[in-house]
Design a protein around this ligand. Structure first.
Ligand SMILES: [Zn+2]
Length: 251
């Protein structure tokens, strides 16, 4: 059976003498592993379209549970990402995060939205239009929101207050408390957030994708967002990411 789909390469592994496996996050089938015969030959006509982070049209033959590349056509290589160690490290972390969050997901609509989020993030990362740490927070927090881990940031979970000079974000339970209703203490799991931090978090998790990256924030706010979204990922995905450790080691 021949299938055609758009997808971005998020991993590759050498196999045999000239062949390779690629992990492709596709619009229609989620993440699939595709065998590329002769994919490591310098003369391979699929070299650019099957390179890491290339976004391409893939025509694959499905045999049993396995996919074999029939042909591919490049759409965007995101080539400049590979020229910057930091950007490449961050993109690799995004790819690893996708592997642990998208796999079990099964709706085409979700694949399409998450793929668009990923491609947009790579685009802005490549073009230098945004602070790289802001892109990290936007991708992390929006991705988790899209896979069903969206926190309730609409208002205080006790009195429903939409705004308050000081609110507290319970990362573990994805809940917000205004300072009047809050009875706990701030620490690793619960972080005090001011109004600008909260409105940035609301924007990232709730805004339409086409205005998601129009976010403008100060450097101080970016580091606040980084603290929160990083903990949010570690708390809810509950694993260590080697690619993240590497990115942090060079940042
Ligand atoms: Zn309240």
């Amino acid at each position: 059976m021949l299938l055609t789909t758009m997808g971005v390469v998020i991993g590759e592994r050498a196999y045999g003498e000239n062949d390779k496996f690629i992990d492709v996050f596709t619009k229609d089938y989620g993440i699939i592993e595709i065998t590329v015969k002769g994919g490591r030959k310098l003369t391979s006509k699929n070299a650019a379209s099957t390179a890491l982070f290339s976004y391409s049209k893939f025509c694959v033959r499905k045999r049993g549970e396995r996919y074999y590349l029939n042909s591919s056509e490049i759409e965007n290589t995101f080539y400049d990402l590979r020229l910057d160690v930091k950007k490449l490290a961050l993109a690799s972390y995004f790819a690893e995060l996708l592997k642990y969050t998208v796999l079990s997901y099964d709706s085409d609509e979700a694949y399409e939205i998450i793929l668009k989020l990923f491609l947009n993030t790579l685009y802005y990362l490549e073009k230098n239009t945004h602070n790289i740490m802001l892109l990290k927070s936007v991708f992390e927090f929006r991705l988790l929101s899209e896979i069903g881990l969206i926190p309730n940031l609409i208002g205080c979970s006790v009195c429903n207050a939409y705004s308050h000079s000081k609110m507290h974000f319970d990362i573990q339970n994805g809940k917000l408390y205004c300072d009047d209703c809050f009875t706990g203490s701030d620490g690793y799991d619960t972080i005090a957030v001011n109004q600008s931090t909260l409105s940035a978090l609301r924007h990232i998790s709730l805004s339409e994708l086409n205005i998601l990256f129009s976010i403008k924030v100060s450097d101080r706010l970016i580091s606040e967002l980084n603290k929160i979204t990083n903990r949010y990922v570690l708390t809810h995905i509950n694993r260590k990411f080697k690619t993240l450790e590497y990115f942090e080691s060079i940042s």
